[in-house]
Design a protein around this ligand. Structure first.
Ligand code: HXC
Length: 257
């Protein structure tokens, strides 16, 4: 079945999803996240699939959630339409998911990669949570998952300034499993995925559950907290200014209170 925003393939027990909105650097809009969930649902049900691989293009894994779609959102909209619920579903999958990241993985794009079980990065990858520059905050787990992986100091610095880090820094601070040269990214990630798909399905799913247990408890609390704040930030003028300025290709002017 053809998708509007994804390319989908499967081989050797691996389900491969390629994010495919090149005109927007794979910015994640509702169509994309909904299609991604449809594909992940199908892979979860498919007994032939033992591991899923999500990738983007050489230039961008995904440059964030789609700012043009979000710009006019308001607090009741993000809350009532459960804007973030569809994102959460990616992290709730039982089968392992690897993110193969090249180029930009920013904002919601980085958060999507962080929801996967591990990241293999190309040497040109750049990771960041630049939401602060748009007058908003990460809403799909970024503040919680980056802090757990990279530690409080690095996460705080990156999230408050909006600066991104390169692949080498991401590997040093434990955000990515390993870094490979860009031309080798897909082969390297496919090799890992095939290896996982060849193991006992039961053992693999149990292992994923066990490792994830490490984060249980206060992560849920943290995610609920972050979600509420994300929804609330759409009640601020700074959100309209930050996203409006991005679309109009100008510098934002934020209020001082
Ligand atoms: C919508 C986007 C986009 C985005 C890029 N584009 N990122 N559209 N949402 N997040 C579009 C641009 O508008 C442009 O379209 C085209 O993709 C190419 O982008 P350029 O900016 O021309 O490319 P470049 O100069 O190479 O710069 C790349 C970039 C920059 C540094 C990645 O595009 C950028 O800063 N993007 C925004 C990154 C960001 O702020 N991400 C966080 C979003 S908030 P046109 O049609 O203009 O040519 C977020 C919140 C998540 O993710 C909350 C949880 C769900």
């Amino acid at each position: 079945m053809p998708y509007e925003t994804l390319l989908v393939d499967q081989a050797d027990g691996v389900g491969l999803v390629t994010l495919n909105r090149p005109e927007a650097l794979n910015a994640i809009n509702t169509a994309l996240i909904d299609e991604l969930n449809q594909v992940l649902d199908a892979f979860e049900r498919d007994a032939n699939i033992g591991c899923v691989l999500i990738t983007g293009s050489a230039k961008a894994f995904a440059a964030g959630a789609d700012v043009k779609e979000m710009a006019e959102l308001c607090f009741p909209g993000t809350y009532l339409d459960d804007f973030l619920g569809r994102w959460d579903r990616v992290a709730e999958r039982r089968k392992p998911i690897i993110a193969a990241v090249a180029g930009h993985a920013l904002g919601g794009g980085f958060e999507l990669a962080l929801m996967c079980d591990f990241i293999i990065a190309a040497d040109n990858a750049r990771f960041g949570l630049p939401e602060v520059k748009l007058g908003v905050i990460p809403g799909s787990g970024g503040t919680q998952r980056l802090t757990r992986l990279a530690g409080r100091a690095k996460a705080m610095e990156m999230i408050l300034t909006g600066r991104s880090m390169d692949a080498a820094e991401a590997e040093r601070c434990g955000v990515v499993a390993r870094v490979v040269p860009l031309p080798e990214l897909l082969d390297a990630a496919m090799q890992s995925a095939r290896q996982i798909a060849a193991q006992s399905r039961t053992a693999v799913l149990l292992l994923k559950e066990c490792v994830n247990r490490v984060d249980e408890g206060s992560l849920g609390e943290g995610l609920r907290f972050e979600r509420r704040l994300f929804q609330a930030v759409f009640a601020t003028p700074d959100q309209k200014e930050g996203m409006g300025a991005f679309i109009e290709k100008r510098k934002p002017v934020f209020g001082k209170q």
